[in-house]
Write a protein that binds this ligand. Structure first.
Ligand code: GAR
Length: 201
C-alpha cells in the first residue's frame, strides 16, 4: 500500500485517528515515518507504540530554515513517503519545500477556510462571532492555509462556548475528516483542477 509521512508538533490526536483507521482497514495506507519539530511531542510516543519510525527534528538544533526543512525532506525520502500529511504541524513550510512536494502535501486546519487561517483558528472564530465553525483538509500550496480544499466539516458555535469547548467539538470532526481525505487520496479519487479538487466517485 502507499506510504505516507506524517509531520506533527504535539499531542497527535489526528495522527492517532489515522493510525486507528489503518488498523481497522478503512485506510489502505502505511505510515512510513512520523516526524516532529518538538522532541517531547506525545505524537512521537503514539508512533513508537504503533511500531512506526519516529524522528525528532528540533528547529532550534538547525542553523537555518533551509537546514531544518532539508532534514525533514531527507527523512521523508529515506522512508519512501509518497505523501506528506501535516497533522497538527505548527510551522509554515517554505515555498522551496512545498515546490519539492507539489500536490503531495495535505494539511488539516481547525476552521472553515478561507476564514481564520494561521494560528488559533478556533479563537479567531469565537472572536469574530461566527455561528458555524469547522475544519478543512486541503492540499498545501505556497501560501498559509490557502491550497485547494479536499473536504470540510461544519460544527455549530454554541452560546456558552469557550475556545476549549469549540476546539473539542471541531476536533471530533477532524478525526473523521483526515481519514476520509486520505482514503480518497489512497484510492486515487482526488484530481486537482486549478483551485478546485474534483472528488471522483
Ligand atoms: C488540531 O486541531 C489541528 O487542526 C491544529 O492543531 C491541532 C493538533 O492536534 N492544526 C493547526 O492549527 C495547524 N495550523 P493534534 O496534535 O491532537 O492532532
Amino acid at each position: 500500500s502507499r506510504k505516507i509521512g506524517v509531520l506533527v508538533s504535539g499531542r497527535g490526536s489526528n495522527l492517532q485517528s489515522v493510525l486507528d483507521r489503518i488498523a481497522d482497514g478503512y485506510l489502505p495506507l502505511e505510515i512510513a515515518v512520523v516526524i516532529s519539530d518538538k522532541a517531547d511531542a506525545y505524537a512521537l510516543e503514539r508512533a513508537e507504540k504503533a511500531g512506526i519510525a519516529a524522528v525528532a527534528i528540533p528547529r532550534k538544533e538547525c542553523v537555518s530554515k533551509e537546514e531544518f526543512e532539508g532534514k525533514i525532506d531527507a527523512a521523508l525520502r529515506a522512508h519512501g513517503a509518497e505523501l506528506v500529511v501535516l497533522a497538527g504541524f505548527m510551522r509554515i513550510l517554505s515555498g522551496n519545500f512545498v515546490n519539492k512536494w507539489t500536490q503531495k502535501i495535505i494539511n488539516i486546519h481547525p476552521a472553515l477556510l478561507p476564514s481564520f487561517p494561521g494560528l488559533d483558528a478556533q479563537g479567531q472564530a469565537l472572536e469574530y462571532g461566527v455561528k458555524i465553525a469547522g475544519c478543512t483538509v486541503h492540499f498545501v500550496d505556497e501560501g498559509t492555509d490557502s491550497g485547494p480544499i479536499i473536504l470540510q466539516k461544519p460544527v455549530p458555535v454554541l452560546n456558552d462556548d469557550t475556545e476549549e469547548s469549540l476546539a473539542a467539538r471541531i476536533l471530533v470532526e477532524e478525526h473523521k475528516a483526515m481519514p476520509e481525505a486520505l482514503r480518497l487520496w489512497a484510492l486515487g479519487k482526488l484530481e486537482i483542477q486549478g483551485r478546485r479538487v474534483i472528488v471522483h466517485p
